[in-house]
Design a binder for this molecule. Structure first.
Ligand code: ACM
Length: 543
């Protein structure tokens, strides 16, 4: 009997099976055409059956699979019933029906995730019925497309994988020191200059070798429209992030007038870490960033716009006479208040356009803008502070859901960074700190896993870091009630067959395969000599 991941709160089984054949008909309410089309496409790819899709407000008399509206169900919730001859899906929204389709697919053999028809498979799903709904409205993953650029086709593939796990939010990190990744019509140098860096640091520590190869790329506005539409068709919202006032080197290299003083760098940064280059606090810079955000708002229908706000060293502001003068003009006492002023100005602009500001938990420093939503990443303090002051929170504590962090202390781990974050640890994720009372807890919208890509330069690398940990996070954000890792582990083992069928190069429990290893020089966990020995071992493995 196939099990589901994420697991429903309760599920009933009965005798018999639903058999999918090339004669199975598909029918959907007009409001649920997209989920029906996703089901049709998936089944066509994996089975070769082209199921005719009938769109009608009432179910035709004889129909195999039917998607219907039921406004009494929870937002994103669904009811699913499979029985001999019939599959019935009900949902109150297209999103709910998307998740029902994903649950239904998991009732079929894992080959249903293949990209070309599998031979000799009997496409049977066990008879079952259940109603399900997610625990949290924000179930996301952040993808950093700056440190390494992910071409549009890779982003679309990642969206498919999020949908498979019923995650509903893709947070795209679009600007940083090392690159600017979205076309802004009014300021073309952001991508012409800011989209490319001359080379890239190879290891995790400064002093590591550089690769000597230019890296870059960006999404045109048409690319973004494609990504946003593709995600929406799968129940996923894309939340854009434009970093300010720190993580600004790519923008400052493109438009030096945005920088502090007159020593602007001429290219995006080639190193990893925290960078002193930040935006100046002139009205002209606020206006520039407001123009940028206006184009972002046009492209992304998301209610939330992320403005970064993390890791902003104030040294340039402290040392710059003009900034100090500006601070006095504004009646501000220190650089923390100045950062808070900067973020508030941007927040006012977003509010004037009907959007909500989302920022990393550093936006709490120096006072938090009313209505700002906090991405709590440095442990739980940000979540506690924000929720207690009535601000909304998306939890993404680095010790639990930073999926770029290493999964073990094995010497074969590719460029190990961060702290060891196992599947079990990711599964333990609970976005709501126990210290919050019931009212405060309502401010926790949910959580997301973050995938920073300093050491992820391909989809193969992304698969390795993201899976299967992202599957564990997805269940932590979806499933209501008690969760035990011992109960989850066998279901995950079964789920790996689905990832295999989908062509996902996940990390195996016993460590990376030889082709997944990369000799890193992290400085934190590995000396140059160890890295050289490691390289020799990989070479021996391959040879
Ligand atoms: C972050 O990890 N700097 C938000």
């Amino acid at each position: 009997m196939p099990t589901l991941l994420p697991r429903p709160t309760a599920q009933e089984f009965s005798d018999g099976e639903f058999d999918l054949t090339r004669d199975t008909a598909l029918s959907a309410h007009p409001d649920l055409v997209q989920p029906a089309q996703r089901l049709q496409e998936r089944l066509r790819a994996a089975t070769g059956f082209v199921l005719p899709l009938d769109v009608s407000t009432t179910a035709p008399d004889s129909v195999g699979i039917r998607l219907d509206l039921d406004r009494s169900l929870a937002a994103e919730g669904f009811a699913l019933e499979t029985a001999p001859g019939a599959v019935r899906i009900a949902a109150s929204t297209g999103r709910g029906a998307q998740w029902a389709v994903q649950a239904l697919l998991q009732l079929f053999p894992a080959a249903v995730y293949r990209r070309s028809p599998a031979a000799g498979v009997r496409w049977a799903a066990p008879a079952t019925r259940f109603t399900d709904a997610p625990k949290f409205p924000w179930r996301g993953a952040m993808l950093d497309v700056v440190r390494h650029f992910a071409p549009t086709r890779d982003v679309l593939r990642f969206i498919d994988l999020l949908a498979m796990h019923r995650l509903n939010t893709l947070h795209l990190h679009l600007s940083d020191d090392q690159g600017w990744r979205v076309e802004i019509a009014r300021y073309p140098r952001l991508t012409e200059v800011g989209g490319w860096r001359p080379e890239t640091q190879l290891g995790a520590a400064h002093g590591s070798a550089a690769d000597g190869r230019p890296h870059g790329g960006f999404y045109t506005q048409d690319d973004i429209r494609e990504i946003v539409a593709y995600a929406a068709d799968r129940g996923i919202t894309v939340v854009p992030e434009i970093e300010l006032p720190g993580h600004a080197q790519a923008a400052v290299a493109a438009y030096p007038e945005l920088g502090v003083g007159d020593s602007a760098p001429t290219t995006p940064w080639t190193l990893w870490g925290i960078n002193p280059v930040i935006f100046n606090v002139e009205e002209s810079t606020i206006a520039f960033l407001s123009d940028v955000l206006d184009e972002i708002i046009e492209l992304f229908p998301s209610e939330y716009i992320c403005i970064g706000g993390d890791e902003c060293p104030k040294i340039q502001w402290v040392e710059d006479e003009r900034t100090q003068e500006r601070m006095r003009e504004l009646g501000l006492h220190d650089e923390e208040e100045l950062q808070s002023w900067f973020v508030s100005r941007i927040g006012q602009h977003l509010a004037s356009r009907g959007r909500k500001l989302l920022g990393w938990d550093e936006i709490l420093e120096g006072g938090l803008a009313d209505g700002a939503t906090v991405l709590s990443w440095r442990g739980r303090v940000g979540a506690l502070t924000a929720a207690r002051s009535g601000n909304d929170v998306v939890a993404c504590p680095e010790d639990t859901v930073y999926l770029d962090y290493r999964e073990s202390d094995l010497p074969s781990e590719p460029i190990p960074t961060g702290t060891v974050t196992t599947v079990e640890k990711a599964y333990s994720f609970d976005p709501v700190p126990a210290e919050l009372d019931a009212e405060q807890a309502t401010h926790v919208l949910g959580g997301q896993a973050n995938l920073w890509t300093e050491h992820i330069d391909s989809m193969r690398g992304l698969d390795y870091r993201a899976f299967p940990r992202l599957a564990a996070v997805a269940e932590a954000l979806w499933t209501t009630g008690d969760r035990e890792y011992e109960e989850f582990a066998p279901r995950l083992a079964e789920h790996l067959a689905r990832l295999d069928a989908a062509g996902v190069e996940y990390r195996h429990a016993d460590g990376p395969r030889p082709w997944q290893e990369r000799p890193g020089v992290s400085g934190r966990t590995r000396s140059v000599e160890e890295a050289a020995a490691h390289l020799a071992r990989i070479t021996a493995n391959i040879g």
